[in-house]
Design a protein around this ligand. Structure first.
Ligand code: GLA
Length: 391
């Protein structure tokens, strides 16, 4: 074959870049918002969603960066003769377009859920063989975000199915963040960059610390373990998704809630609150709106963190930040308080250097340390600090 001449090669590369999703500039930071599933399951309605949008604003969460209001499963009940998706009229009497308009009127963005197979996980109609039609419907409604599940997909190929909807969304002409949800089954971190902006990396989160369920659901501590090797795959426009937040849903202690939120920030994970925003306690709100932890999650470098030290119950995790500092989690998995130390060598800093340490949960500068920083960590808890080398 005759090799492409340079200008032709350049043109081909430019065309490829222009047609890729990355060129859309979607989700250059991990998406933040609220999703109905973890707390409300199928009990969704326009009243609930309007209330969530109102609460997102009133609570200060919108100001903290939460943007997307996403209805998960169960808003859809069937298909019309022409194949159009039919909305549950009892729960959404004003229709989805009106609800999206309401969410937009609050300065927020609106998301929906569907499934790559014939049925959603709750048995509602999936989008298989209706991809283009559904994508056009979403665009006409003003949908800004689509979570796309993997139930009832027997015999389908993940790459083909997700690419089909990705192309349909792109062809709809409306910028729609595409959230892949096949639970890590085909290692989407190895192929989904360019297909969507985020992919679920694990099974469903359960509102517990370290329980696990026969159907694949698991608690926060197990998800943290599953995320350990995925840090190289995250970056602007393509994020690992360890599932939506359980902060505030009642199954975690305050220390576990803080650990959960800290790790999601270290992973550069999407921060999709999954609690009842209208009824959250001041303590839960303070966790979800911790600006210093959110700044780690949203750091423009977009590098996810990794484990750098482990002696069994005690671990140190580190995320490099755009300003040259490190976000660090001192983690205690044990059931007694324990001292945990990060050394500059483990953090990739000059071992004999000095660094300023700031505690991101106490919102306090704790001083300048040399070579290492040690703190006492509560059970199932973290101390999260930002460590900034001094030159
Ligand atoms: C799957 C997903 C969940 C949720 C439900 C809805 O289990 O992984 O996040 O969307 O389906 O039925």
């Amino acid at each position: 074959m005759r090799p492409l001449r340079t200008p032709a090669l350049l043109a081909a590369l430019l065309a490829a870049a222009a047609s890729s999703r990355a060129a859309d500039g979607l989700a250059l930071r991990p998406p933040m918002g609220w999703n109905s599933w973890n707390k409300f399951g199928c009990n969704v309605s326009e009243t609930l969603v309007r209330g969530a949008a109102d609460a997102l604003v009133a609570s200060g969460m919108k100001a903290a960066g939460y943007e997307y209001v996403v209805i998960d499963d169960c808003w859809q009940v069937g298909r019309a003769e022409d194949g159009a998706i039919v909305v549950d009229k009892e729960r959404f009497p004003s229709g989805i377009r009106a609800l999206a308009d309401y969410v937009h009127s609050k300065g927020l963005k609106f998301g929906l859920y569907s499934d790559a197979g014939t049925k959603t996980c709750a048995g509602r109609p999936g989008s298989k063989d209706h991809e283009a039609q559904d994508a056009r419907t979403y665009a006409a409604w003003g949908v800004d975000y689509l979570k796309y599940d993997w139930c009832s997909s027997e015999g389908q190929d993940q790459k083909d199915s997700y690419m089909k909807m990705s192309r349909a969304l792109r062809a709809s002409g409306h910028p729609i963040v595409f959230s892949l949800c096949e639970w890590g089954s085909s290692k989407p971190w190895t192929w989904a960059q360019g297909t969507g902006e985020l992919w679920r990396a694990t099974g469903d989160i359960v509102d517990c610390w370290d329980c696990s369920r026969s159907w694949g659901g698991m608690g926060v501590a197990h998800i943290i373990d599953q995320m350990q090797d995925l840090y190289p795959y995250a970056g602007p426009g393509h994020w690992n998704d360890p599932d939506m937040l359980e902060v505030g849903n009642g199954g975690l202690t305050p220390a576990e809630n803080r650990a959960h939120f800290s790790f999601w920030a270290l992973f550069a994970a999407p921060l999709m609150a999954g609690n009842d925003l209208e009824k959250m306690t001041p303590e839960v709100k303070a966790i979800l709106t911790n600006a210093e932890v959110i700044a780690v999650d949203q750091d423009p470098l977009g590098m996810a963190g990794r484990k750098v030290w482990d002696d069994g119950a005690r671990e140190v995790w580190m995320r490099p930040l755009a300003d040259g500092s490190r976000a660090v989690i001192l983690f205690n998995r044990g059931s007694e308080p324990a001292p945990v130390a990060a050394t500059w060598a483990d953090l990739g800093l000059f071992p004999g250097g000095k660094a300023a340490v700031r505690d991101l949960w106490h919102h306090a500068d704790v001083g300048v340390a040399s070579g290492r920083y040690e703190a006492k960590v509560e059970p199932h808890g973290v101390v999260m600090v930002k460590i900034e080398p001094q030159f």
